[in-house]
Write a protein that binds this ligand. Structure first.
Ligand code: ATP
Ligand code: MN
Length: 478
């Protein structure tokens, strides 16, 4: 009996002596004898040994980097170092050829920029296959964490009729003929003839709808794509990214912080336990990459130690006001090294400030709370001081903001006042206000940017490298 398997299973379980069948893509072919075969199940390749006397020259010539093949043969103990088992091939079939003259991936180091240009093929490299296996684990771990705690996974809409969240610039969704836009008497666009009979956009956040769910199901979360038409070409922003947004009823900001910290530690631990080899590879990659950097810009901990550090240490919790104090008295502020100097309470924190707090001052993840209400969203609960809101942002080393959340304003009068103050039309948001009219309750939630999490765990510097097909200004290929 031929045992059909994959590389991961063959390398990790004892199937010695079995006749096995395996499919994959050739990574390298040496001396007309040794094929390194990979099928994406693991970072490791399995070695296939062939006796070239048994195969035609014509077939041997077709075994190139990238060729898809099927192998049958006995799994034997390997004499070569670096692997435990190898396959002694009896039969090789070619699924698909790969012309070495034109195939862009060669068995050598390619730059991440180059690989981004060929995102349709980059999964076949060690780096990207490792990243996407880690991404998969993190995604599964998130669902598992919430499921085990009795959360309901709620699918919130992607097309939205409200732009109240104000989290960022939105993408318009329309079926109007752009070459012939219908106008009304006053010359404005006539949205009555558009598909939804009103202006609609791609969502920037599922929070408001998640709140509706939490006010009946108590504990919900969303995990879906969100869209922001922000023209910021940074290493931490995408135009299309995935966000995890839990919303919990009968909870305050402390419960919210506890939940976020517990979730982050859980998923990082899950990846360490389930993707050890991928993370070893990514750690090594990072060490090589950092050798190019000046000493003072290298990270002090290897990747896996950095991840363990997150799991084992409490995040530092402090208020915005305390953070402003630290920043105002910091060396880079006094020596005018910050691009945006912190001059007074009320200033919005830029990523340089967040990174100073996390990477220089505390040297660990930081949760900042109680921001000035003027720099935060309308739905955040106003503190008794009347000046600050119960917001909480989690800042991570190398990443900056990874989570943004708050306790929500559950008092109808305070919420309507805030909305008026911020020019948010209350009539259109009647459904949201209904929550505060009928059985309102304290509740809280946050948004965790999934790609920023994947970036942190994989150690990748650019967010465009942790999503299969990144969307950013000027790029919607593939
Ligand atoms: P930033 O200040 O970094 O732009 P934000 O304040 O706009 O973040 P929120 O609106 O609070 O972020 O969104 C919640 C989370 O979503 C953020 O903490 C971050 O992890 C993630 N996030 C926000 N914008 C983006 C983006 N453009 N691409 C990827 N992730 C994002
Ligand atoms: Mn933003």
């Amino acid at each position: 009996m031929i045992y059909k398997s994959n590389v991961k299973e063959l390398l990790n379980t004892d199937k010695r002596g079995q006749i096995v069948k395996i499919d994959g893509w050739v990574r390298t072919f040496r001396n007309n004898q040794f094929i390194s075969l990979n099928d994406g199940s693991t970072i490791n390749n399995i070695q296939v040994v062939i006796d070239f006397a048994n195969y035609s020259d014509e077939l041997l010539k077709r075994i190139n980097t990238g060729t898809a093949i099927s192998v049958e043969g006995e799994l034997i103990e390997s004499l070569g170092k670096g692997q435990k088992y190898e396959i002694k091939a009896d039969k090789i079939e070619i699924h698909g050829d790969c012309d070495p003259e034109t195939y862009p991936l060669q068995p050598k180091k390619h730059s991440l920029e180059f690989l981004r240009e060929i995102s349709h093929l980059r999964f076949r490299t060690n780096t990207y296959s490792a990243i996407f296996r880690v991404r998969n684990s993190l995604s599964f771990a998130i669902h598992k964490f919430f499921f085990d705690q009795g959360f309901v996974y709620l699918h919130t809409p992607i097309i939205t009729g409200s732009d109240a969240e104000g989290a960022g610039e939105m993408f318009r969704v329309t079926t109007l003929d752009l070459d012939n836009i219908p106008k009304n008497e006053s010359g404005a666009i006539d949205f009555k003839s558009d598909f939804f009979e009103k202006p609609t956009n791609l969502t920037v956040s599922g929070q408001l709808e998640a709140e509706l769910g939490a006010m009946a199901l108590s504990k919900v979360y969303t995990f879906g794509p969100t869209f922001r038409a922000e023209n910021s070409n940074t290493t931490r922003h995408l135009a299309e990214f995935w966000m995890i947004e839990p919303e919990i009823a009968f909870a305050d900001i402390k419960d919210d912080m506890d939940l976020a910290e517990e979730l982050l530690k859980y998923v990082v631990k899950f990846a360490l336990e389930n993707n050890a080899e991928d993370l070893d590879f990514l750690e090594q990659r990072l060490i090589e990459e950092e050798k190019q950097k000046p000493q003072d810009q290298r990270s002090d901990l290897p990747l896996k130690e950095k991840l363990r550090f997150i799991i084992e240490n409490d995040f530092e919790r402090l208020t915005y006001t305390e953070a402003i104090d630290i920043l105002m008295n910091s060396a880079p502020n006094k020596k005018k090294k910050f691009k945006y100097l912190i001059e007074k309470w009320g200033a919005d924190l830029q990523s340089e400030h967040e990174r100073y707090l996390v990477e220089k001052h505390f040297n660990k993840p930081v949760i900042l709370t109680d921001y000035p209400k003027d720099i935060k969203a309308f739905y955040m609960k106003v503190n008794d001081d009347g000046k600050t809101v119960r917001a909480m942002d989690i800042l991570f080393p190398g990443i900056g903001e990874i989570v943004g959340g708050s306790q929500r304003e559950e008092r109808l009068d305070v919420l309507t006042d805030r909305m008026k103050e911020m020019n948010i039309p209350t009539e259109e948001m009647d459904w949201y206000l209904d929550l505060r009219r009928f059985g309102t309750a304290p509740h809280a939630g946050f948004g965790l940017g999934f790609e920023r999490l994947v970036q942190f765990v994989t150690g990748m510097g650019n967010i465009r490298d942790v999503i299969p097909f990144p969307r950013y200004p000027g790029n919607a290929r593939f």
